[in-house]
Design a protein. Structure first.
Length: 371
């Protein structure tokens, strides 16, 4: 019995010596999808000892995503990076795999849980991803979860310098937001959108050098008509008041298009529909563009734009998506001419029978009175 007790104590001492090592790792609790998971650690393992760190997606099932090999250096510190480009959002686990004969003390930390967050689907950018240099970068979008509130926008120039923000821009009751930025050069502009809960997503808008609306259009021989799907957003600007509206003529392409105004003033758009009826659009406030969806077949469409308030006088810029060109004028096109129909004055011939009837009725009444 005594020998057995001594042997048990010896085994405990040997086990204590073997397992008397510590290793601790740290990783962020959550990061944005596409960023890199950085794992920092420290250990008391001897220099030269190696081990593996594994990243797995850990939800309903466990899926190994990557494994990194670490060799302990003299300072006993280490760093491992796991890029997450191409991954899906969800819960991931970073874990140190067993190292053979080495065991770790109870206060070691060999596993961390990291959540990859992707909120990019919470915002839909509706403005064109490719625009042409006309002095304005146009941004519109819809933030489904930020209705009648505000989102934070930051815009960076192609060289990385700051163009705008970060500043909050209002959203309407449908979550729609809009903002125009003055620019003077081509390139890729990076738009970063956040809300009060944090980052939502990063979006790129490419600004090209030449607006195809300024290039002469060569009409090809008649062929089978197909929709023109090339992207362009020509625009035109003009001073507009209630007494002197601005008129815009849009040379359409084949297919659906979109007409929208600049922001800063509560604009009203009027146009004539295919049935000849005058249509008036005024659904947005000064912080949002007034807009309509059209369908073209290569014809010219006309629009009248003026401020909703009589006291407003401002320049309005009208953009025409999927159009050949747009021009502004203070002269009303035929469809907007004000005409007044004056009732024709009754002629003497038309009045004569009525006079005879009145006299006859009077004579009859006088005759009956005397009788």
């Amino acid at each position: 019995m005594k020998k057995i007790l001594i042997f048990a104590i010896f085994c405990l001492l040997i086990t204590g010596v073997v397992s008397a090592y510590e290793i601790r790792i740290d990783a962020p609790q959550s990061i944005k999808l596409g960023e890199t998971i950085v794992v920092n650690g420290t250990t008391s393992l001897p220099a030269g000892v190696s081990f593996d760190i594994m990243l797995t997606r850990s939800e309903y099932t466990s899926e190994v995503k990557a494994t990194k090999h670490v060799i302990v250096q003299g300072d006993k510190n280490f760093t491992v990076e796991f890029p997450t480009t191409g991954y899906t959002r969800g819960i991931y686990k970073v874990e140190i795999l067993p190292t053979g004969e080495f065991r770790y003390l109870g206060d070691s930390i060999t596993m961390r849980v990291v959540t990859l967050v992707d909120r990019s689907d919470e915002v839909k950018i509706t403005s064109l991803p490719r625009q042409y240099l006309n002095g304005q970068l146009h941004l519109t979008g819809n933030a489904n979860n930020v209705r009648n509130d505000a989102i934070e926008i930051q815009v960076d120039n192609p060289d990385g310098s700051r163009l705008f923000g970060p500043s909050f821009v209002p959203t309407n009751i449908d979550g729609i937001f809009s903002k125009d930025f003055t620019i003077g050069k081509t390139g890729v502009y990076q738009v970063k959108i956040s809300d009060r809960k944090g980052s939502i997503g990063t979006y790129n808008i490419s600004v090209l050098d030449q607006d195809i609306s300024t290039v002469p259009v060569v009409t090809p021989p008649p062929t089978t008509q197909t929709p023109d799907t090339s992207s362009s957003t020509p625009s035109a600007s003009m001073l507009s008041t209630r007494d002197q509206p601005a008129y815009f003529s849009v040379a359409t392409k084949t297919g659906p298009g979109r007409i929208y105004t600049s922001t800063g003033t509560d604009w009203v758009i009027e146009y004539t529909d295919p049935l000849g009826q005058r249509v008036k659009i005024n659904t947005k406030g000064p912080g949002f563009p007034e807009e309509i969806t059209t369908f073209g077949n290569g014809e010219t469409q006309y629009f009248m734009v003026y401020p909703n308030k009589y006291s407003d006088t401002a320049n309005v810029t009208v953009f025409a998506e999927n159009a050949k060109s747009i021009a502004a004028s203070l002269i009303a096109p035929p469809g907007f001419m004000v005409t007044t129909t004056v009732p024709q004055a009754p002629t003497t011939q038309a009045m004569f029978p009525a006079v005879i009837v009145v006299i006859s009725i009077g004579l009859v009444a006088l005759f009956w009175q005397r009788k």
